[in-house]
Design a protein around this ligand. Structure first.
Ligand SMILES: Nc1ncnc2c1ncn2[C@@H]1O[C@H](COP(=O)(O)OP(=O)(O)OP(=O)(O)O)[C@@H](O)[C@H]1O
Ligand SMILES: [Mg+2]
Length: 251
């Protein structure tokens, strides 16, 4: 069984950064093969982990929805779509990368989504770990493509407003009746020490606190220079923090 880790939160709170650090941790600790999924239509996870991906599920689905699509003789529509989906998986050392993207145009994608869900359920079985970097709007959750999540990490910035968003997202996830084994709050871009009032506010929303990552000039520097975060050194303050957090929750 694969262990599914999903990272969610408001825009700009560090979902892609944290997803990349999680992938770094897994690769470094020999926890692979990994499937890294970029579920944000505004793709950026591949850059952060240093993998070049050209195609997305969105473009495959858009193609599939076109009436003039020509399916080879003797092939069902489902088999054709699955073959096309398989072609867009980018293989890297110990890790494959899949970009969800966004289908163009209108039309009903329910049929295609159902195929996508069953394809994804099957695909997952090939990996020990699946890491999903979600978009702020959580569309990916509502499509229920990933209905089973072992570890859900809500990213927030150091603000009470951010915590409110976490609370709202958590309720939304409950309403969708997804199967989530563990969920935590991670405070990113925080000061070195968090105020006790802020910690008690986290306690009030009832989601366990995973830890916090302070502002790390190395992250900003790597981001600006386009260097993958998976190559951050072991002594980077954010790497130390994230490795400690994951070491506690992933056996
Ligand atoms: N701990 C940190 N220290 C310094 N900079 C950080 C830290 N975490 C994230 N950043 C920077 O903040 C910005 C937003 O981070 P990131 O892209 O990971 O957020 P996101 O939640 O994925 O955003 P989006 O909702 O747009 O996908 C990036 O420029 C990133 O480099
Ligand atoms: Mg992102």
């Amino acid at each position: 069984m694969s262990y599914v880790i999903a990272v969610a939160g408001k825009g700009g709170t560090g979902k892609s950064t944290v997803s990349s650090l999680i992938i770094r941790f897994l690769l470094k600790s020999g926890k692979f093969p990994i499937l890294a999924v970029d579920a944000d239509p505004n793709t950026n996870l591949p850059n952060s982990i240093g993998v070049d991906v050209q195609n997305s599920i969105g473009s495959v689905l858009s193609e599939y929805m076109k009436d003039r699509i020509s399916i080879p003789q003797g092939m069902t529509k489902q088999a054709y779509l699955e073959m096309k989906l398989h072609q867009i998986i980018k293989e890297d050392r110990n890790m494959d990368v899949l970009v969800m993207g966004c289908p163009e145009g209108s039309g009903c994608y329910c049929g295609a989504n159902a195929i996508l869900k069953s394809y994804f359920d099957d695909l997952k079985k090939n990996y020990k770990y699946v890491v999903v970097d979600n978009e702020a709007g959580m569309e990916h959750f509502s499509r229920k493509t990933t209905a089973e999540i072992d570890l859900l990490i809500f990213c927030t910035n150091y603000s009470l407003k951010g915590l409110k968003t976490v609370e709202r997202l958590s309720t939304m996830v409950d309403d969708l009746k997804l199967n989530i084994k563990k969920r935590y709050v991670l405070v990113n871009q925080a000061p070195e020490v968090l105020d006790s009032k802020f910690l008690s506010e986290i306690e009030k929303i009832g989601i366990p606190f995973l830890g916090h990552i302070a502002m790390d000039s190395m992250i900003a520097d790597y981001d600006v220079k386009g260097i993958p975060l998976t190559t951050l050194p072991d002594d980077s303050i954010s790497v130390i923090k994230l490795d400690e957090m994951l070491g506690r929750v992933i056996s």
